[in-house]
Design a protein around this ligand. Sequence first.
Ligand SMILES: C[S@@+](CC[C@H](N)C(=O)[O-])C[C@H]1O[C@@H](n2cnc3c(N)ncnc32)[C@H](O)[C@@H]1O
Length: 348
Amino acid sequence: MPATMRQTGRAAMDFMVELTIATRPLAARWNADLAAAGVTADSLPDDLDDRHVAMHEALSGSSAFAMNSLIGEFASVQHGRVARDAYDEMADVLAPRFAALEAQGPARLTIHNDFVAPAYYPGVWFHRTTGGWDGHDQMGYVHSEFIHKTYVARNFGGDIFAQRRAVLGRLPRQDYARICEMGTSSGHFTVALQETFPAAHITGLDLSIPMLKEALRVANANGWAWDLHQRTAEATGLPDASFDLVASYIIFHEMPAAAIRATFREAFRLLEPGGQMLMSDVTPYRTMDKLGEWRADWMAKRGGEPYWREAATLDWSAAARDAGFVDVTEGGLNGAPYPWVITGTRPA
Ligand SMILES: C[S@@+](CC[C@H](N)C(=O)[O-])C[C@H]1O[C@@H](n2cnc3c(N)ncnc32)[C@H](O)[C@@H]1O
């Protein structure tokens, strides 16, 4: 449900986008500083924590790196605050519209009394978002409209919405009828699923009510009867063999490895025999050289992603096969390293 930001919020968001874009040339400068110091991927320690120390020392005299780090840190924290403030200055107009849209149907959001958030979730400010996904009553709208569609979309090199549609091209069928999406959030991937499989009924699960409320509004605005639940991916409470597709998009990097393994097992349980699983997330570290791996890990730390390294170092294919999946495929989309996609089938 897009809305035009008021002037103060728009100016502040524009500043955050332009500040981030302005730092891009600094990377070439600090990479040159690294090369001048004789640092190459091969000269770095194997251990990733030791590598962070070595890189910190190697770049300690680089003013370009210092500037990049400083602005990056500021932008990581500040973009979420600016987006939240942009909403707050429009709340008088948006809140009544939201209430009407949530009530109109045909989608439904169920909040279960027995829901318990997994221990790794509460208190984590994912994405450096103040208070995490539950840090504001309208975080779903704030994140979807102002962070994803404004800040990330303008900063990021590719089309983040086209990627969500494109990963579905990895699936072998066109006729899924009962889809379970894990980590629905504000509904970006759910939209791609519904548009790709228009006849399908979608059940969407997430930990965060503020995020699910935005998905509810997106569904209602489009006349889609999504069945949304506050549930964990690894323990959905849904019946065995009740779906022909279980899918997720970029939730693994918010989960410890044990939870990702449990999610594969839960997806297997939820699928009917012959049903498919498709999950997509960040690029595995094993595909990178030691410099690339350090860079991804440094960005993840700064970006407020405490479980990223666990997700990026877990052998997803092994975890999927351990859960029972067959015909497991794994790889980047169209030869690019991101997003990384895994598919598998529950044997008939
Ligand atoms: C980065 S957002 C993204 C997702 C969304 N699928 C998209 O395409 O934009 C991650 C979402 O996953 C949810 N999440 C994280 N761990 C989860 C879990 N164990 N079970 C269900 N949802 C989870 C978070 O609450 C958050 O809304």
